[in-house]
Design a protein around this ligand. Structure first.
Ligand SMILES: C[S@@+](CC[C@H](N)C(=O)[O-])C[C@H]1O[C@@H](n2cnc3c(N)ncnc32)[C@H](O)[C@@H]1O
Length: 209
């Protein structure tokens, strides 16, 4: 991992190269494990999002791309923005058909620098990345920028009603969950926190819905 990788806002330490910001062979192995261990969470989030017919969607930090595939089933177009070269490679390999059909695209970037133009998408979703970002406010500001005026931002982190045993150590304390809500409230009118079985989910939009 590059020595210049900034620390995350939750821990003050540089993200590990296994699962947080996967790099090298260990990162590829981490991505393959994530594909299995986090699949149930991606299903819960896909269900919470509902049908995405006609929508342009951005997923931030898709890792190996499990949720990308679920989103692409109904969305008009899905973009995955992912800082890890190894994760981009796994996601591209998993979705070669949808990429060739121009329904999906995976590119380099991160939460604070997606590379998308203003008001480009109807929905931004990110699962298990928000606590890893170096700068919470910079990430929220960027995701607000790329959303259309009536768009929806959905951020999910390990938690929920019954966190998986493997994820219990990652559950965020209440003070950090409040900081996520505060950062969202600074930029969106309507912010809600909900729990699925394994995920703590923040939904933000400008219009009640
Ligand atoms: C724990 S993995 C989660 C992957 C996938 N979303 C899942 O739930 O299985 C964290 C992912 O976030 C990406 N990531 C790390 N820092 C990021 C940042 N600042 N912005 C966006 N994504 C980031 C990592 O490269 C990795 O793919």
């Amino acid at each position: 991992m590059a020595a210049s990788t900034p620390p995350s806002w939750t821990t003050g330490t540089v993200p590990n190269s296994f699962a947080a910001l996967p790099a090298g062979r260990l990162g590829t192995l981490g991505g393959q494990l994530m594909r299995l261990l986090n699949r149930a969470q991606q299903r819960e989030i896909a269900q919470l999002l509902g049908p995405l017919d006609g929508l342009d969607v951005l997923e931030v930090g898709p890792g190996p791309g499990v949720l990308l595939g679920m989103l692409a089933r109904t969305a008009r177009h899905v973009t995955g923005v992912e800082p890890s070269r190894e994760m981009r490679a796994l996601a591209i390999r998993a979705h070669a058909g949808a990429i060739a059909a121009h329904r999906l695209d995976v590119r380099a970037g991160d939460a604070a620098a997606t590379g998308l133009p203003d008001a480009a998408v109807d929905l931004v979703v990110s699962v298990n990345t928000v606590a890893i970002w170096p700068d919470l406010d910079a990430g929220v500001a960027e995701l607000r920028r790329v959303l259309r005026p009536d768009g929806r931002l959905v951020l999910s982190w390990h938690g929920g009603e019954r966190p998986a045993r493997t994820a219990r150590a990652l559950v965020l304390r209440e003070e950090l969950l409040h900081r996520i809500e505060d950062a969202l409230r600074a930029r969106f009118r309507d912010v809600r926190r909900t729990l699925t079985r394994r995920c703590t989910v923040f939904e933000a939009r400008d219009t009640a819905g």
